[in-house]
Design a protein around this ligand. Structure first.
Ligand code: ADP
Ligand code: 5GP
Length: 206
């Protein structure tokens, strides 16, 4: 089998739109898709549902700044008062091994990844409405109302950048969103540009 580089998928969208929920369900349903989730580093406090090394690597501000200084991050950004960043080595290794990697990250980091990685694919997750977005953030019950307001105002800024992404994914019905997400992954994997080696091999046999 020809070696094929993996693809980086950037999944962004307003906080509370359901990115994490879609990812969790996708990886539960399709553990054998050769697709892996990048685990970010952050300085935000863990939520009760967070697990160190599974949902995030939790860092102090100093530890995070060391990661930046040592060039350990593929990208990083400040989001509503905390640092978030993508550890560089695991992503580079997985791509080189032909694995697809999903980065569930905010827009600033997403845009920088799409510039850095060849043929990275941007998917922007939208809520069915702003009212529903606020309802989801409130009912998730993980942030104070002040933080929710700050995340909603950031959401309005993030949506301004949607043209930098290739796909939208409206998360109204979760089941539909998961299947649409997978359809995007499958469609992208069939692009000529991603299959040059395989095409060459087949053509040599012909
Ligand atoms: P994000 O990762 O984008 O910040 P979450 O995945 O944490 O968002 O989802 C925010 C809240 O919305 C959670 O309480 C989650 O259970 C809920 N949620 C996610 N998707 C849906 C959906 N399709 N319909 C209704 N609620 C949803
Ligand atoms: P949360 O605090 O809700 O887990 O995440 C807040 C925001 O940070 C979300 O938009 C999430 O996608 C984003 N985020 C998570 N990890 C990273 C990362 O590694 N880099 C960047 N730039 N954003 C991230």
């Amino acid at each position: 089998m020809s070696n094929k580089q993996g693809t980086v998928f950037v999944v962004s969208g307003p906080s509370g739109t359901g990115k994490g929920t879609i990812m969790e369900e996708y990886f539960k349903r399709y553990p054998h898709d050769n697709t892996f989730l990048s685990i970010s580093a952050t300085t935000r406090s863990p939520r009760p549902s967070d697990i160190e090394g599974v949902t995030y690597y939790f860092k102090t501000k100093e530890e995070f700044e060391d990661l930046i200084a040592n060039d350990g991050l593929a990208e990083w950004a400040e989001f509503c008062g905390n640092y978030y960043g993508t550890p560089k080595k695991p992503v580079n290794d997985m791509v080189a091994e032909g694995k697809n990697v999903v980065l569930e990250i905010e827009v600033q980091g997403g845009c920088s990844v799409m510039e850095k990685f060849d043929n990275a694919v941007g998917i922007f997750v939208l809520p069915p409405s702003f009212t529903e977005l606020k309802n989801r953030l409130v009912s998730r019950n993980t942030e104070t109302i002040d933080v929710i307001e700050s995340r909603l105002s950031r959401a309005r800024e993030e949506i301004q950048e949607i043209d930098k992404y290739e796909y939208i994914l409206i998360n109204d019905d979760l089941d539909k969103a998961v299947e649409t997400f997978r359809s995007i992954l499958i469609g992208e994997s069939q692009r000529v540009i991603r299959n040059k080696n395989i095409i060459k091999e087949v053509c040599e046999i012909c």
